[in-house]
Design a protein around this ligand. Structure first.
Ligand code: SF4
Ligand code: SF4
Length: 129
C-alpha cells in the first residue's frame, strides 16, 4: 500500500489551503496519478445523484454497483478498481465520470491536499520539454 497523496484521500493529515501552496500556474494535466493511490473517495448525496444521472442509471442501482460503506462508517465511498486504482479510472488514466466527478475530486489540490502532494501531481511540475 502506498501512502502518497491523492484525490482518494487516506488517513494522512489533510492540509488546508493556507498550509501549503499550489503553484500559481497549476493546471491539471490529467495524468491520473492522484486517482490510483491508496485512499477512498467519499460521496455526498449530491455526488450520488449527479453521478447516477451521468451514468443514466438510478440512484439505487449506482449505490449498489459502485459504492461501499466509508471506512469511518459515516457515509458512502466509491469501491476500488484493480489495485489502488479508482473504479472510474479508465485504461488511459482518465476519469470516466469527469463531468460528474465527486466533490472530493473536484477540490484536489486547490481546496484540500496532503503533505507532499507535489511529488506525484504533474500539474505541480514543469511539463516535459
Ligand atoms: S472519480 Fe474520477 S477523479 Fe475521482 S478518483 Fe475516481 S477517476 Fe479520479
Ligand atoms: S495533474 Fe495533479 S490533480 Fe491533475 S490528474 Fe495529475 S495528479 Fe491529479
Amino acid at each position: 500500500m502506498n501512502s502518497e497523496p491523492s484525490t482518494r484521500h487516506d488517513s494522512a493529515p489533510i492540509l488546508a489551503k493556507s498550509e501549503s501552496s499550489v503553484p500559481a500556474d497549476f493546471v491539471c494535466r490529467r495524468c491520473g496519478n492522484c486517482c490510483q493511490i491508496a485512499g477512498e473517495v467519499r460521496l455526498d448525496d449530491r455526488d450520488i445523484n449527479r453521478i447516477a444521472r451521468f451514468l443514466q442509471t438510478s440512484r439505487g442501482a449506482f449505490v449498489e454497483r459502485y459504492t461501499r460503506l466509508a471506512r469511518d462508517r459515516r457515509g458512502l465511498a466509491l469501491i476500488d478498481g484493480e489495485g489502488d486504482r479508482c473504479i472510474f479510472l479508465d485504461p488511459q488514466n482518465h476519469c470516466a465520470i469527469n463531468p460528474a466527478k465527486p466533490r472530493q475530486c473536484r477540490g484536489f489540490p486547490r481546496r484540500w491536499r496532503n503533505p507532499g502532494f507535489e511529488a506525484s501531481c504533474r500539474g505541480c511540475s514543469p511539463p516535459p520539454a
